[in-house]
Design a protein around this ligand. Sequence first.
Ligand SMILES: [Zn+2]
Length: 313
Amino acid sequence: MTNNKPIAISLNFDSLHEAYGFPKNFRDPCFSDGFNRIAELCAKYSFPLSIYVVGKDLTDPERASAVKEWSAQGHEIGNHSWSHHFNLGSLSSVELRDEVHRSHDLISEITGIEPKGFISPCWSTSAKLVEILLELEYSYDTSAFPSFLLYPMVAKIALNHWQKPLKGFRALRRRDWLGPIKFSKHPFYLDSKMKVHNKPGDGRLLILPLPSSGRFSSAIWHTVGFMFGWDFVREAVIKLGKEQEGFYYLIHPADFLGKNDMNEKYNMSLARMDVPLKEKLKYLDEVFCLLKETKRPVKTMKEVALSVENIGT
Ligand SMILES: [Zn+2]
């Protein structure tokens, strides 16, 4: 079965500044070289990006002007919360509202466009989060992880932050442990009680789950290639890219940094720094080429969401 509905490239902008808490004057290469390398490949294929930014990062004028520029170039800017708490979904109502609203307001102010898409740090979602996104009239959320791989991934994120155990431990405090059982691999809708629906309707938020072949398969995003190999990623992209409704390919800026991008004392704490930069970019180029070969148009996530909504009605 072929599908001619749009697919997208989702860039979850986990800056190094945010992830590792580097000092205030640390110039984050994610916002310069990291982004530029991705954008160059996107330009080669005429693919737009959907970029989910952490609000707190944009309090720096240089980073804010970079994001303004990306938006002006036609990329979609989405919300990835204000301070990237790994347990976002389990925060109190007041804290959660603040995390979503502050980032929403600052992105709107910088770009002149209200964000319509969200992804939660560590895919941590909850009824309260859905309620807040509905209030702000988001058209979609991508915080669902419909594969059992979620459990080892959460454990890995917690362990990666062993130097800051309190931060890492937060990853384990979530309200959606049953997500991989409850969430479909196909786009679906959640109401503010976390009830799953197949059709759109009032008080229902469209969820575009992380692409996977099923609960017992790995979910597919770029980082998986470094863990399970590139043949695995390429095969999944060919299959899901052609068939799956609401398909998107998730990437992170840190996957496109090289050893020379920063002082050695910083890149020591980053994974995958031993893979040559040239090779890293080759993997992305190959995936983009496969996406082109699906013959489906590559658009923003906002447009993917719209095409899914149109089918559901
Ligand atoms: Zn993140």
